[in-house]
Write a protein of this length. Structure first.
Length: 491
């Protein structure tokens, strides 16, 4: 329905352009996929496995509507066997096979995370666990063998379980020794693998961690602090952790006379007004974008943390300029809906029920929005004047015949927007699809399937590439989007 005073939505979901394909990418462009330790590896003694145990004990895995995570629940967890819960995708037994598959698919890079709890599974350890080190050594060896560039994440949502034991009455990131413990882990990664890591991602999606773990309570540590102001202490700790890791990696590279690029992965949703004709929806959408996206990344750039909608302004020592590139994770748009009678009580919707056909919501109900990808890349490029790596982009879809049309379409549409952003000055140097394999999607459990490669959980974790995997290979081989790749999607 279009009201007389303006339209609900402006401009469609993809960019118009007079430019004609092929759309080529530069030599040396990184093409790969991204994963995270907890989502694909065997369980380690960390905060998430403690949460899973709790969920299984209390039976908090009711069939809920996908995409509506609720605190204390993991969607449908009880429908998966103990073996699947413990082994996730069983990457541990298939390191060589999986990385060979990436290479056969022509990927030239791979983003993965090193689990803190795998290197330091027990409290008070003075050196990393040799088995944990041996595990990641095998990953690096296979990547080297197949000439894939490693991009390594240090913190992707999980911490050792012992980190949450009370230390002088404080737990986790609130402990007085939190940063010291983090430093021990970062130093262990550097000592053992520093020379093999050209690109570091210190923290994955700090604001998602803060939002899900401290405001919504759907991730450990399951807090529901009342509003963004109360989350400032954890935001500061994450900024300090990032700045420290940046410094340690740079110092190590300088000592070795080597090079390393250090940054972090930022979740950049496009926040849009649900009703473009409603000024309060528009203003609130911009405010949320500022709070959720730009506050953190501006702080990393300037060294000053300002928190939107509060008066908080604070200098964080050693933080200014601690990124060599900006890591962008992009999954589409969220709509902001306000109510004039209660202006501070807004809703954030994953798609608009009135424009379903245009939104094409995925299996989690998330609206796709390729044009927003270009917008976020261009804004990022203009704001920070740094190289950009897309560290995640993908969707959840699991058709029975593995012909994942929506993933294929989005892959092509999003890469076209990325290419356009490059033409308009955004220095994007690599693209990592989320994800290589289906995996454990946090509070949503195993149900949403993000893989280019399907995991058959009923049959020994068998890998079955979906059609999108071949399409991605074709794009990588040509290092371009050719007319034949674009045409089936009306582009
Ligand atoms: C996270 C991933 C997650 C993906 C899909 C990102 O927020 O970094 O761990 O699986 O999005 O939801």
């Amino acid at each position: 329905m279009v009201p007389w005073f303006g339209s609900r939505r402006l401009g469609g979901t993809r960019s118009q352009t007079p430019l004609q394909p092929p759309f080529s990418f530069p030599d040396g462009f990184l093409w790969g996929t991204a994963t995270a330790a907890y989502q694909i590896e065997h369980t380690q003694p960390d905060d998430w496995s403690a949460f899973e145990r709790e969920v299984m004990k209390s039976g908090s895995f009711a069939q809920l509507e996908p995409g509506k995570a609720i605190a204390g629940h993991i969607h449908n967890l009880g429908s998966y066997s103990e073996e699947v819960r413990r082994k996730k995708t069983d990457f541990d037994s298939r390191i060589a096979e999986d990385i060979a598959m990436m290479a056969a698919m022509k990927h030239n890079a791979y983003r993965f995370s090193i689990a803190w709890a795998r290197l330091f599974p027990r409290p008070g350890m003075s050196a990393p666990d040799p088995e944990g080190l041996a595990f990641y050594r095998r990953v690096f060896d296979e990547l080297e063998h197949h000439k894939l560039t490693p991009v390594v994440t240090l913190f992707h949502f999980t911490t050792p379980e012992w980190f949450w034991e009370a230390e002088a009455g404080k737990r986790g990131w609130d402990r007085a020794d939190a940063i010291e413990k983090w430093e021990q882990f970062v130093r262990a990664v550097i000592e053992n693998f520093g020379a093999r890591i050209p690109i570091v991602c210190t923290i994955n999606e700090p604001m998602v961690y803060v939002y899900a773990g401290y405001l919504e309570g759907i991730f450990p540590p399951h807090q529901k602090l009342g509003g963004p102001k109360a989350a400032i202490p954890v935001i500061k700790q994450l900024l300090r952790a990032h700045a420290l890791a940046y410094r340690l990696f740079k110092e190590d590279a300088a000592r070795r006379k080597g090079q390393v690029l250090v940054g972090y992965a930022h979740h950049m949703r496009a926040f849009e007004p649900l009703r473009n004709y409603a000024p309060l929806d528009r203003v609130t959408a911009r405010m949320i974008e500022q709070a959720f996206i730009w506050d953190f990344s501006d702080a990393v750039s300037t060294g000053i943390l300002r928190v939107a909608a509060t008066r908080h302004v604070e200098v964080i020592p050693g933080l200014a300029g601690t990124q060599d590139y900006v890591g962008v994770n992009y999954y589409g748009r969220f709509y902001v809906k306000t109510n004039l009678l209660a202006p501070t009580k807004f809703e954030v919707l994953p798609h608009d029920p009135e424009t379903r056909a245009e939104d094409r919501p995925n299996d989690l109900g998330w609206a796709s929005y390729p044009r927003g990808f270009r917008r976020m890349l261009e804004l990022t490029g203009q704001r920070y004047r740094l190289p950009i790596y897309v560290l995640e982009n993908g969707t959840a879809e699991n058709p029975p015949d593995d012909d994942d049309r929506e993933r294929q379409r989005l892959l092509v549409e999003n890469l076209r927007e990325l290419w356009l952003a490059r033409q308009y000055g955004a220095d994007v140097r690599g693209y990592f699809h989320w994800s290589f394999l289906d995996n454990f999607e946090w509070a949503e459990g195993f149900e949403p399937r993000f893989g280019l490669v399907r995991v058959d959980y009923q049959n020994g974790f068998r890998r079955i590439p979906r059609k999108s995997a071949a399409l991605y290979t074709r794009i990588i081989e040509k290092n371009a989007l050719e007319p034949e790749v674009l045409a089936p999607f009306g582009l």
